[in-house]
Design a protein around this ligand. Structure first.
Ligand code: ADP
Length: 410
């Protein structure tokens, strides 16, 4: 592996644009190197878990990745461009204005200042792990979004416009094939829009920053078995942290804290075999909490669970909503779940046909029926009672509220 000495020993000489270009190229190549070795390491980890390779082979892949990462980090930390500026600042201070070389030094100082600013930009844009800032409190802003899988196919998403504030819990409902999963793939950058734009916390998603924008978005998928990669619960959570280059020393505390939030702190040493589907999904949620994703997408995360598991996950989602620190987008067929949400998006044939609070959206029962959606269970009961002439107050969020409303009947 190449070393960085050409840059770390830099610098008794003044630096210029060529040096920065060379630095930028080198950083880019080391960055790619880390990514390649990371892929190899992650694959090796899975294979080792399934006993397809030896521990030694696994260790080799791990060491190789760690070396590449260390090399990269070393290069990011170099002080050369800063020292270059400090030196010339010193020289400028020591040069009296009357000195014939004064103007030259002033120009050199300006050039060094500019070079240092550009250096920081290079690190920010090519240092894959430089974090993006939140430029807005709007977690997701979608404008005129259109997408199709093939040019000769119809639009799968057609002129979607919406804004979701940070802290909202949005349930996304719609018939199969209405475009819900496609939307989630666009939000995590797996697909790119054909038209329109997606901003995450004010950052426009584009090819060049997809990886970074993803720092804001975690996703929990439908199948709990496909999400478990580690050989134990703590390994599994650690896996995501390694992937995001979290300092290993900080990991145990982060793992414990996030597992505690989903009630899995006593299962850290357990293997996936020992866990129920609901528990595996809780671990998947813990992983996104560990990464501190501000937005969590649940892509039918409860649909393969038994009633108990489903209840557990829904409870966690409601807790997260109440804490107000996360934006939750939940694609769901569970019409009862939407009563927990702060807003509901109804998708139909690629279009966003309703977007509002659950009571309003659920109030339009005829419309929901016309696009083939079921009503939540409590709404159906309310309907049936009203049809029988029992005028119960509408809009109960759950069975308990419905019972309360029934008890107030005279
Ligand atoms: P939903 O999640 O609401 O069920 P999807 O986003 O999965 O809807 O699908 C929307 C439409 O896009 C459907 O007509 C589906 O057949 C089509 N589709 C989904 N994935 C692909 C793909 N990989 N290639 C081509 N068409 C696809």
């Amino acid at each position: 592996m190449e070393k960085n000495q050409d840059f770390s020993t830099y610098l008794t000489e003044k630096l210029n644009q060529n040096d920065l270009d060379a630095y930028s190229q080198k950083l880019n190549s080391l960055n790619q190197d880390v990514n390649i070795r990371l892929e190899v390491f992650l694959t090796a980890k899975k294979k080792y878990h399934h006993q397809l390779i030896t521990r030694h082979e696994y260790q080799q892949a791990k060491t190789s990745y760690q070396e590449a990462k260390a090399n990269y980090q070393e290069l990011i930390k170099i002080k050369a461009f800063k020292n270059n500026l400090t030196n010339i600042n010193g020289l400028l201070k020591a040069t009296p204005q009357s000195d014939p070389s004064y103007q030259t030094v002033v120009n050199e100082q300006k050039a060094a200042q500019k070079l240092y600013t550009e250096f920081k930009e290079v690190v920010k844009s090519q240092g894959r792990w430089g974090n993006l800032e939140k430029l807005s409190s709007t977690a997701v802003e979608i404008k005129n979004l259109a997408f199709r899988y093939d040019e000769d196919q119809p639009l799968v998403l057609d002129d979607i416009n919406l804004k979701i504030n940070h802290g909202e819990y949005v349930a996304i409902v719609g018939h199969n094939g209405s475009g819900k999963s496609t939307l989630s793939k666009l939000l995590i950058g797996v697909l790119q829009p054909d038209e329109g734009s997606i901003k995450i916390f004010g950052n426009l998603m584009q090819d060049s920053n997809v990886e970074k924008v993803r720092q804001f978005v975690g996703i929990v998928f439908q199948n709990p078995d496909n999400q478990f990669i580690g050989s134990t619960v703590q390994d599994d959570i650690a896996f995501g942290l390694e992937n995001h280059r979290v300092d290993p020393e900080l990991m145990p505390e982060i793992i414990h804290r996030s597992a505690t939030r989903v009630g899995m702190e006593n299962f850290l040493d357990k293997e996936p075999l020992m866990l129920s589907g609901g528990q595996k999904q809780r671990v998947a949620i813990a992983s996104t909490l560990a990464l501190d994703s501000d937005i969590i997408i649940f892509d039918e995360a409860t649909s393969m669970l038994d009633p108990k598991g489903r209840r557990e996950i829904k409870e966690i989602m409601v807790n997260l909503k109440n804490e107000g620190q996360k934006t939750i987008l939940s694609i769901t067929h569970d019409m009862d779940e939407i009563l927990n949400a702060s807003k509901v998006m109804v998708m139909n044939q690629g279009k966003l046909v309703r977007f509002g609070d659950p009571a309003t959206v659920m109030g339009d029962k005829e419309f929901l029926r016309s696009i083939g959606l079921e009503l939540p269970f409590v709404s159906m009961v309310e309907d049936a009672l009203n049809n029988k002439g029992i005028k119960v107050q509408e809009g109960a969020k759950n069975l308990a509220e419905l019972v309360d409303h029934l008890c107030t009947l005279k």
